[in-house]
Design a binder for this molecule. Structure first.
Ligand code: NI
Length: 163
């Protein structure tokens, strides 16, 4: 296992729609092991393949008691609304308030290619939505009004310069 380098805004791969995962083999297992290791190392609760430079529809998460690998993820059902803080390892974890669905039902394939569905609420549902967005080339800041989006980017760039 190894820790991969995290791609950061505005790297192009983060804005690209990922390619479907088609091979459910040892390599995919090794890749998801690396993704978990990279995510834990950076104290994240979710990590999508574009965040390590791979344009693939794949994410891992370990959030609010839900630990899973999701290949070819789709949000197939949502309900309610939840406004809360979130951040992203690719945007230096600068937090912003984003409105998401309160409940979300995820459909995806596991590391062996088996389709599954999983429902979550609150923080874990937010994670489903955030990570599925990554697979569609979308960042959480894309949900923000222009001014707030620019503020997050500005703060991120400033922190990067100091870091
Ligand atoms: Ni993210």
């Amino acid at each position: 296992m190894s820790i991969r380098k995290i791609t950061e805004y505005p790297e192009e791969v983060l804005a690209r729609v990922g390619e479907p995962v088609t091979e459910f083999d040892k390599e995919l297992k090794a890749l998801t092991d690396d993704m978990f290791e990279t995510m834990y190392d950076d104290h994240g609760v979710g990590l999508a393949a574009p965040q390590i430079g791979l344009s693939l529809r794949l994410f891992v998460m370990d959030c609010d008691g839900i630990k899973l690998v999701a290949a070819n993820p789709e949000i197939i059902e949502t309900s309610g609304e939840d406004t809360g803080q979130e951040g992203c390892l690719s945007v230096g974890k600068v937090p912003a308030v984003v409105t998401r669905a309160m409940k979300a039902r995820l459909r995806a394939q596991d590391v062996n290619g088996e389709w599954f569905e999983k429902e979550a609420e609150g923080y874990a549902a937010r994670c489903f939505q955030h990570e599925t967005d990554h697979c569609d080339g979308k960042l959480f800041i894309d949900h923000l009004p222009k001014m707030r989006r620019e503020m997050v980017i500005k703060k991120f760039k400033k922190e990067k310069k100091w870091g």
